[in-house]
Ligand binder design. Structure first.
Ligand SMILES: *[C@@H]1O[C@H](CO)[C@@H](O)[C@H](O)[C@H]1NC(C)=O
Ligand SMILES: *[C@@H]1O[C@H](CO)[C@@H](O)[C@H](O)[C@H]1NC(C)=O
Length: 491
């Protein structure tokens, strides 16, 4: 039925002879190519149109009767890859559309239009551009080549590359030949990922084709020396994510000793290091972490794993944040908090955020102050609560660390606690002193007594003699009594 409509349409057209042009056409592989064949509509007779490919036969033709024929290559299994929209015939436009153009479609085409006595031939060169990446998904650090193929290649054409819409200049020497120019050879890295476009300029025409490049390897962190920020005492994750298609063998985590500029030596992992668990994570995720970050844990960490016969590794830097608090002065009643990072090189801004909690425990943000240091009154009830130091980099918040402020009661409560700390010691010391004093006093007393006795040695002998005499007298008296009794017994 469609054919009938075409026939009818063909008959109703009264197109006259034509004057055609020759053209260069660029088309990206896979897209739709339009081969122009425009003639001035001079003739009023029905045109006979034949599109052919030089040395390859007919592509499509249309008889004066309106019947259409397709070359075998162009209509596989009855699905036509080419068409010539009849709706444009009255404007002298006999352009051929090729869908899903392939590299092998490139070449010279002929458009021949016969109208009345006039025969117009037109030559079109179709150049199919294709960008290909080899290997399709390269491994990080391996060679990758991105080629721009144009079939047929236009001798003397200029080729330019853009990567993610900005001009890409290949590293190394300027390419000399056309062949070198249309192939980019690089080491696969994140820098090369994205949309590659090859722009070919030739005889005032411009053709372009694109391809996406992805690299497999350790995708997170995407580059070495990525900084990971953590507050002292918090937990932190050390990311090490391989591409989902990769399952690394023998994954290893190391902490690198500082000071080795060229070849860092592995050191000991922190005590709170938790290795990647084989149960809770997917096989390509080798992320680890620290349960409780200490200021000593700052520095470089390296994760590595074997992939397709080579070892991939990624180094990251743990930056630890802490808050230095000045000793609150009694007089001014203020305290100064300083936000400290072990490596502030990427920090562009600091701000202090007051986090307040209401009676229900709902958190809300209070005042915000700019700057690395914060001086606040500890006497003001309003300053009670958490003060969080947020630090920013070029691309937003890098991390935060929180300090708790105790107001007045909390502060004065600190002093008795300091006292109570010392009390047992003071009591102990006092007791010791007392005992020592007592011992000394006793010793002194003893010493004094001995000294007194030595001062009067005669007195002692006198006392002694007196007591001896008394004893003798008593003995004599007793003897006399005995004797008296003996006498009375004799009587
Ligand atoms: C606490 O919660 C109760 C009930 O949910 C609510 O009525 C009250 O307003 C809340 N108080 C504050 C200070 O948000
Ligand atoms: C601090 O960081 C944590 C974790 O990223 C976040 O949940 C929290 O809201 C941050 N706090 C403030 C006050 O920005």
């Amino acid at each position: 039925m469609l054919l009938e409509i075409f026939v009818f349409a063909g008959i109703t057209f009264f197109v006259t002879g034509a004057q055609c042009e020759q053209t260069e056409v660029f088309a990206e592989a896979g897209s739709q190519a339009v081969l122009p064949c425009k003639c001035n509509p001079l003739s009023s007779s029905i045109p006979y149109i034949i599109w052919s490919q030089v040395n390859k036969g007919t592509v499509w033709r249309k008889e004066k009767t309106g019947l259409q024929y397709w070359g075998a290559r162009w209509s596989p299994k009855g699905v036509q890859r080419v068409q010539c929209p009849h709706s444009k015939f009255d404007r002298g436009d006999f352009s051929l559309q090729i869908n899903h153009v392939r590299e092998e479609d490139g070449g010279v085409y002929n458009c021949k239009v016969e109208q009345g006595n006039q025969v117009t031939e037109n030559q079109i060169i179709l150049r199919v551009i294709k960008v290909s990446v080899s290997p399709a998904v390269p491994i990080w650090g391996n060679d990758v080549s991105i080629s721009c193929d144009v079939t047929p290649w236009p001798q003397g054409a200029s080729v330019e590359w853009t990567l993610n819409n900005s001009t890409f200049t290949p590293a190394g020497m300027a390419p000399k030949s056309d062949i070198a120019k249309h192939v980019v050879r690089e080491k696969a890295s994140v820098r090369l990922t994205g949309k590659w476009t090859c722009v070919v300029s030739y005889k005032g025409e411009e053709g372009r084709a694109s391809a996406a490049l992805t690299v497999k390897g350790i995708i997170r962190p995407s580059k070495d020396n990525t900084k990971v920020y953590a507050a002292v005492g918090s937990a932190v994750a050390l990311p090490c994510m391989f591409s989902p298609s990769l399952i690394p063998s023998n994954p290893v985590w190391e902490k690198l000793k500082p000071g080795f500029l060229f070849k860092p030596a592995p050191g000991r992992l922190p005590a709170s290091f938790s290795p990647p668990s084989t149960f809770s994570q997917v096989a390509f995720d080798k992320s680890a972490g620290l349960k409780e970050v200490d200021i000593k844990d700052e520095g470089k960490y390296r994760c590595s794993g074997g992939v397709e016969g080579q070892r991939l590794s990624r180094v990251m830097q743990l930056v630890v944040a802490k808050i230095d608090s000045s000793i609150p002065s009694e007089k001014s009643g203020s305290v100064t908090l300083t936000c400290q990072l072990t490596d502030p090189s990427e920090v562009t801004d600091y701000e202090w955020v007051h986090v307040v909690y209401d009676l229900n425990g709902t958190q809300s943000i209070g005042s915000i102050q700019k700057g690395k240091t914060l001086t606040i009154s500890t006497k003001s009830e309003e300053n009670r609560g958490e003060w969080t130091c947020r630090f920013y980099g070029k691309r937003g918040v890098l991390g935060n660390i929180t300090h708790n402020i105790q107001v007045m009661s909390g502060l004065s409560g600190q002093k008795p606690s300091g006292h109570s700390h010392n009390t047992p010691a003071v009591i102990g010391l006092s007791c010791l002193l007392l005992v020592l004093l007592l011992v000394l006093a006793q010793m002194y007393k003893n010493h004094q007594r001995r000294k007194r006795i030595f001062q009067y040695p005669a007195l002692e002998t006198i006392v002694h003699t007196v007591s001896n005499e008394r004893e003798e007298r008593e003995r004599n008296q007793a003897d006399q009594k005995h004797r008296k009794r003996d006498l009375t017994e004799l009587n």
